[in-house]
Design a protein around this ligand. Structure first.
Ligand code: DX5
Ligand code: ZN
Length: 215
């Protein structure tokens, strides 16, 4: 069964704690934190203190997506603030293997991601295998964008290019009931969704629909 990770980028920043509790009650499987530094992408979001505070509100795992330059600076901050998985972008580092090892030193899962237009062939240069690959359905930076049509092909390519037989493939951006079906059909394990989960405030119904369990 596919897992749903609501993206808190679409939550109401003034009521994050309430939204997190509602998402947990609504059946979310984990929470996706889109961390942006205003440099790697033209937006700025959650500092580690948000995770520290929200960790007290929920038992859900924290899935941290670093859309930042110099991710090596951010990894310790988010690992110590309560991240259970940390994903960084290969475009932001020359030492991905060191970063995978750094994340593993905290005993948490290491993920990598690529912008949709980056050639996936660079994955074959990795010496260390990540636990997770985050396939971007949209250009990183904002919610509410349309899913790139080639996303399912990039899901399949990720499994071919990465040798970890237990690789978790997560898809992020542009997920709605139709693109959820396309992504799961291409072997996605986890779907990140902001707009589609928060739509009309019907979290439970939206999460069930994305899981293909409609009401
Ligand atoms: C984009 C983020 C995505 C985005 C998903 O940079 O990584 O997680 O918030 O939002 P929707 O589901 O609205 O496309
Ligand atoms: Zn994300």
């Amino acid at each position: 069964m596919v897992k749903i990770a609501p993206s808190l980028l679409s939550a109401n920043p003034a009521f994050l704690g309430d939204d997190v509790k509602k998402l947990e009650q609504a059946g979310a499987d984990l929470l996706h934190f889109d961390v942006m530094d205003g440099h790697f992408v033209n937006n700025m979001t959650f500092g580690p203190m948000f995770l520290k505070s929200l960790k007290k509100c929920t038992k859900l795992a924290f899935d941290v997506h670093l859309m930042v330059n110099a991710p090596e600076r951010f990894i310790p901050w988010y690992a110590e603030a309560g991240a259970d998985m940390i994903t960084f972008h290969l475009e932001a580092t020359k030492k991905p293997d060191d970063l995978i090892n750094l994340i593993h030193q905290y005993g948490i899962k290491a993920g990598i991601s690529l912008k949709p237009k980056t050639d996936m062939k660079i994955l074959s240069k990795l010496k260390c295998q990540p636990d997770l690959f985050l396939v971007m359905g949209v250009e990183p930076g904002f919610g509410g964008q349309a899913y790139f049509e080639d996303t399912p092909q990039r899901i399949v390519a990720a499994r071919k290019l990465l040798s970890n037989s237990n690789l978790i493939v997560e898809v992020d951006g542009g997920i709605n009931p139709k693109t959820a079906e396309l992504s799961v059909g291409a072997s996605a394990d986890i779907l990140v969704a902001g707009t589609a989960v928060f739509k009309n405030g019907e979290y439970k119904k939206n999460i069930l629909t994305l899981k293909g369990e409609g009401l």
